[in-house]
Write a protein that binds this ligand. Structure first.
Ligand SMILES: NC(=O)c1ccc[n+]([C@@H]2O[C@H](COP(=O)([O-])OP(=O)(O)OC[C@H]3O[C@@H](n4cnc5c(N)ncnc54)[C@H](O)[C@@H]3O)[C@@H](O)[C@H]2O)c1
Length: 255
């Protein structure tokens, strides 16, 4: 039986951990050859080894720093050189931090905007000619914080709203060229990133009330559940979907 990503080449950023790792495994299981890009090269290499052994697809691990524009461009070039083509770009690498607004360090603002928003500009810009050639697509990691305001994380919220704007703008600009661009907006997903968002006494707020999930007593979802959405949007089954923001949030955005 043919698989949804047989003959397709995908670049996944943030592939060493969490949602990126789960998405890479999902695409590999469905036949994609893969470039796994992350600042954590040991982690990316470990994931690459597992996917090769499990699914027998070609996988390359590439180190890059999403905060550095030149590193983003170089990473795309290396990915395309290794894969020979590019059909799918998954912009998933991201960081989170929170604090009271007036205590939020300037450097942390710059780092979060750089990694969570500007890197998507640099990576997508470099990848776009290849995606136009393959009539491929991009799926970006935004967040429920890219749709609604969330206290104590102005930088993250601003970056993730920016990701939605970038997604919508590119989806319109490239529709006629056959390139789709979508965003996934997860709520609380059990990963290293969300481990960081623990009870902080001075905020007088708890993660689960912040996330306001309605499902399973407020429990988080697993990264594999988010990976299924990334894979669906990138597959031909999603061929009529572009400019969409797909929430997987336990009803958080519903009210
Ligand atoms: N976990 C959640 O609840 C949640 C909710 C909404 C959105 N998201 C988004 O999903 C994406 C994945 O997050 P996750 O939860 O899997 O987190 P994670 O921490 O498990 O994975 C993030 C990956 O990004 C990589 N990374 C970090 N900084 C980098 C840099 N400068 N250059 C290159 N790679 C870098 C990390 O090494 C890591 O492998 C992020 O964009 C995040 O904002 C997560």
């Amino acid at each position: 039986m043919s698989k949804r990503f047989d003959g397709k080449a995908a670049l996944v950023t943030g592939a060493a951990s969490g949602i990126g790792r789960a998405t890479a495994r999902r695409l590999g299981s469905e036949g994609a050859s893969l470039a796994l890009a992350d600042i954590n090269i040991e982690g990316a290499e470990t994931v690459a080894k597992v996917i090769r052994a499990e699914y027998g697809v070609a996988v390359t691990a590439i180190q890059f720093d999403a905060a550095q524009p030149a590193s983003c461009r170089d990473m795309v070039d290396k990915s395309v050189a290794a894969l020979g083509r590019l059909d799918v770009l998954m912009n998933i690498a991201g960081i989170f931090d929170w604090n009271h607004f007036t205590d939020f360090p300037d450097e942390a603002w710059d780092q979060i905007i750089g990694v969570d928003l500007s890197s998507l500009f640099h990576i997508s810009k470099r990848a776009m000619p290849h995606l136009v050639e393959s009539k491929g697509n991009i799926v970006n990691a935004s967040s429920t914080a890219g749709i609604k305001g969330q206290a104590y994380c102005a930088a993250y919220c601003a970056a993730k709203h920016g990701v939605v704007g970038l997604t919508k703008s590119l989806s319109i600009e490239y529709a006629a060229k056959g390139v789709r661009v979508n965003a996934v907006c997860p709520g609380g997903i059990a990963t290293a990133l969300s481990d960081k968002v623990t009870w902080v006494e001075t905020f007088d707020i708890q993660l689960l009330s912040l996330l306001n999930s309605k499902m399973n007593g407020g429990a988080m979802a697993e990264p594999e559940e988010v990976a299924a959405i990334f894979a669906y949007l990138a597959s031909d089954e999603g061929r009529y979907i572009t400019g969409a923001t797909f929430a997987i949030d336990g009803g958080q955005l519903a009210g």
